[in-house]
Design a protein around this ligand. Structure first.
Ligand SMILES: CC/C=C\CC/C=C/CC(=O)SCCNC(=O)CCNC(=O)[C@H](O)C(C)(C)COP(=O)(O)OP(=O)(O)OC[C@H]1O[C@@H](n2cnc3c(N)ncnc32)[C@H](O)[C@@H]1OP(=O)(O)O
Length: 280
């Protein structure tokens, strides 16, 4: 019988004392051979924003872990960034874009979301800092979220940039906090503090510090020790399939919608102003 492992998507540099270690720039991945738990750390200063290259690395690593039959995964961000889990998609990928690269980016984003959302092993995001837009999306893809607080923020803030979170972004949030709350949240581009996120159920637990948050993540993964990997995989698949199937069936249409609106002058103007405001 195959051994099964779990994943935690997390950002830190002193967590695991083990085995297979993949260190690509921008992404570090370690699998503890004793426990079968992988720790995947995003490491792209200054704010871990997701470029095309980082997107590719995340997708490649998840697919590799999928083949390794890990028991679980923690996803997090490198500790040295201190206050950012993920600053979201790299807005520079959308501002004055090269059309070929933009199309590649959007396709890769769809594929990475599908890989992360549908892993056959349990996943936890240890959210050790702000987590906005695409940062919130990747945290929401995981099966469990532990957020460090109290001073960080999380949310799908796309409308504040003048762009539209696609249906699968919105559905991912609605599956966690319910349709009404998600609708209000995405329309307003709302962001939540750690306590607020806990209150509305956007995160499952909060923690005052990162070590404790990581422990909670491991505890969640360990809770699957007596669950059959096959039963886990099939049950998660049934639960998430309606949302993922929509994207599989509508990939081209979804891509064309974003690809076209993203290059309109009014959206470009908004993005330019937003980037400018970040620089101030
Ligand atoms: C299929 C696709 C569908 C739809 C496409 C549209 C979807 C988009 C989803 C998104 O993710 S949009 C982006 C959402 N993210 C944000 O709005 C976060 C913006 N950033 C911040 O609020 C802050 O930077 C921070 C809270 C994350 C960190 O604050 P702080 O530590 O004070 O850092 P700075 O603000 O000084 O930023 C440092 C540096 O990084 C640049 N930067 C920040 N975020 C981004 C980003 N998302 N993309 C590109 N660049 C970013 C910022 O401009 C600074 O650059 P400098 O050149 O001034 O150093």
């Amino acid at each position: 019988m195959l051994k099964r492992y779990n994943i935690i998507l997390y950002s830190t540099n002193k967590i695991v004392n083990s085995c297979r270690y993949v260190s690509q720039s921008m992404l570090k991945s370690t699998v503890n051979e004793k426990t079968g738990i992988a720790t995947v750390i995003i490491n792209k200063p200054p704010v871990n924003c997701i470029s095309l290259e980082l997107l590719n690395k995340i997708n490649t690593e998840i697919n590799k872990l999928q083949k390794d039959n890990i028991r679980g995964m923690i996803l997090t961000s490198v500790r040295s960034l201190q206050k950012v889990f993920c600053g979201g998609l790299d807005i520079k990928e959308f501002y004055n874009p090269n059309p070929d690269r933009l199309a590649k980016y959007l396709t890769n984003l769809q594929d990475t979301w599908l890989s992360l959302y549908m892993t056959s092993f349990p996943t936890v995001s240890v959210i050790n800092g702000h987590s906005l837009g695409g940062g919130c999306l990747i945290a929401m893809c995981c099966d469990y979220r532990v957020m460090v607080g109290p001073d960080y923020t999380i949310g799908l803030n796309e409308t504040k940039l003048g762009v539209v979170p696609p249906k699968w972004f919105q559905d991912t949030m609605a599956a966690i906090i319910g349709h009404r709350k998600a609708e209000v949240s995405v329309i307003a581009g709302k962001t939540y503090t750690t306590d607020e996120a806990l209150q509305i159920g956007l995160v499952d637990e909060s923690s005052p510090d990162i070590d404790n948050a990581y422990k909670k993540g491991i505890q969640f993964l360990n809770s699957f020790e007596k669950i059959s990997p096959w039963a886990f995989k099939m049950t998660k698949n049934i639960s998430r399939q309606p949302i993922s199937q929509w994207l599989i069936d509508n990939k081209q249409k979804d891509l064309e919608f974003v690809f076209n609106y993203m290059q309109t002058p009014s959206v470009q103007k908004h993005l330019g102003l937003y980037l400018q405001s970040l620089k101030k």
